[in-house]
Write a protein that binds this ligand. Structure first.
Ligand SMILES: Cc1cc2nc3c(=O)[nH]c(=O)nc-3n(C[C@H](O)[C@H](O)[C@H](O)COP(=O)(O)OP(=O)(O)OC[C@H]3O[C@@H](n4cnc5c(N)ncnc54)[C@H](O)[C@@H]3O)c2cc1C
Length: 437
């Protein structure tokens, strides 16, 4: 299937905050020009969809990837760019939850996903400021250190490149007095997330995948032994369909949306730090997330700004006041930045599941959904693109680390966003009550 280029998607850069202002140019993609056929139709052009398109193209399988907006429009163009190995559940918990064999396979897969992303970036020469220089999981209170030590020990006993940090070491690594201890995972790092998404799109197209922006999938129907997707600008007939819509999942497959809660997360970026500040704040490691119930995550950008993120509310923020908590958090974490201007504010939507794990479904033969990254999807979604492509090429899930599960909407699905907002508010209240912002 040749690449079809007609016009740029023309996405407004300001939607993506700092990443929009500093990203590699948007690859030229156009709306689907009428009716098309391919082996695989992919809905959603974030990391999941784009990596699937790329790996399919490398296997010589034709794919059409559509997005109602454009490549990287969703969480993939807006996230913190923290490339983290593993899952929200740690290796021992995976074995406990999924059994010895499956749990070990999932832990091994999770252990390798950050390396896989950095290797892919290097292999294809994707320009996205990739830095594999570590992530610190920082304990904001002494009561959190035992749990942090337990997480560290699980990876250490499996030979991962991790290191325990006491108060003095974490203070030096992070450049903040706020943390009591934690652990450093050297497998992790950062990318410029929007550049990475655009780079994936560019490479997938160069390998023969078709990527269409401004093309919303409106309906999905069985068509013989394949599928027919009606879109806003034509129809796609395909043997397989991959739903890669994560936090932006709509009613295309009605039960799917009920399996996850769309949760908003927001970020702010400061003006570039002075030389002396740069030497103190994250002098060597790439990024941090902490142990607050309402967690904070932060990093520096390649142009020397501090980028601070945290859970948002029930709705995407509409004005600057919604970002006040993050600006306050920046000042409290780094008092040396008192008075620094905040130049960018933005937000995006991720998908949270009841079991805090991503889900893989194939409710009917050839209809695949990979969703629910729980804020931990940069490396995972990219790695899953290869797993999905292998499934399509081989006709089986033998290489899938995840169980392929039925689609089971959560109880009270219509009220799930309200429930999530109540929980987020309660978490924030408990953090504040304990004096943690
Ligand atoms: C603010 C924020 C910070 C985050 N930080 C991190 C981090 O630092 N590290 C980490 O590992 N994870 C992080 N995450 C999570 C991570 O970004 C996501 O897990 C990952 O990007 C999901 O990729 P995806 O391709 O599955 O979905 P997305 O990138 O969300 O893409 C889904 C796409 O589907 C499209 N779509 C939906 N419905 C349709 C339809 N009917 N027709 C056509 N197109 C459709 C949307 O337009 C969208 O572009 C963060 C998320 C957010 C929001």
């Amino acid at each position: 299937m040749p690449t079809e280029i007609v016009a740029s998607a023309g996405l407004p850069d300001q939607d993506f905050g700092l990443w929009g202002a500093t990203a590699e140019p948007v690859p030229l993609t156009a709306a689907l020009p009428g009716d098309r056929h391919a082996d695989v139709a992919i809905i959603g052009a974030g990391y999941t969809g784009l990596s699937t398109a790329l790996h399919l193209a490398e296997l010589g399988i034709s794919g059409i990837c559509i997005d109602s907006q454009g490549p990287g429009f969703g969480a993939s163009g807006r996230n913190g760019g923290q490339v983290l190995p593993g899952f929200k559940l740690y290796p021992d918990q995976l074995v406990e939850t999924y059994g010895e064999e499956r749990g070990r396979a999932m832990a091994a897969f999770g252990a390798g996903i950050a390396d896989m992303l950095f290797a892919l970036v290097a292999r294809h020469g994707i320009a996205c400021d990739a830095r594999q220089s570590g992530w610190v999981h920082a304990g904001h209170h002494v009561s959190k250190l035992a749990e942090q030590r337990w997480k560290h020990d699980q990876w250490a006993s499996r030979g991962a490149n991790v290191q325990w940090l006491d108060k003095a070491a974490i203070t030096q690594q992070v450049g903040s007095e706020l943390y009591e201890g934690g652990w450093l995972d050297r497998r992790a790092g950062t990318v410029q997330p929007l550049s990475f998404a655009r780079g994936l799109a560019r490479v997938a197209m160069a390998k023969g995948a078709a990527i269409h922006s401004a093309t919303r999938a409106n309906a999905l129907q069985r068509d013989g032994d394949g599928w027919r997707i009606s879109t806003s600008s034509g129809t796609i007939r395909a043997q397989h369909v991959v739903l890669a819509t994560n936090g932006y999942t709509d009613r295309l497959l009605p039960r799917l949306a009920g399996t996850l809660v769309p949760v908003d997360s927001a970020q702010v970026a400061t003006a570039p730090l002075h030389e002396a500040q740069r030497k103190r704040i994250l002098p060597a490691i790439a990024c941090v997330s902490d142990t607050r119930r309402s967690l904070l995550y932060f990093r520096t950008s390649s142009d020397g700004r501090l980028v601070m993120g945290g859970r948002g509310g029930i709705l995407l923020p509409t004005d600057a006041s919604h970002f006040a908590r993050l600006e306050r958090a920046t000042q409290l974490t780094f008092p040396q930045l008192e008075g620094i201007p905040f130049t960018h504010r933005w937000a995006g939507t991720l998908a949270v599941t009841m079991d805090h794990m991503p889900h893989l479904h194939e409710p009917e033969p050839g209809l695949i959904a990979s969703i629910g990254c729980n804020g931990r999807g940069v490396a995972y979604s990219t790695a899953m693109g290869e797993v999905i492509a292998q499934r399509i090429a081989s006709g089986n899930w033998d290489r899938a680390p995840m169980p392929v599960t039925p689609i089971t909407p959560m109880p009270f699905a219509p009220f799930r966003r309200i429930g999530a907002a109540v929980v987020a508010g309660w978490y924030g209240w408990r953090d504040r009550r304990q004096g943690h912002l």
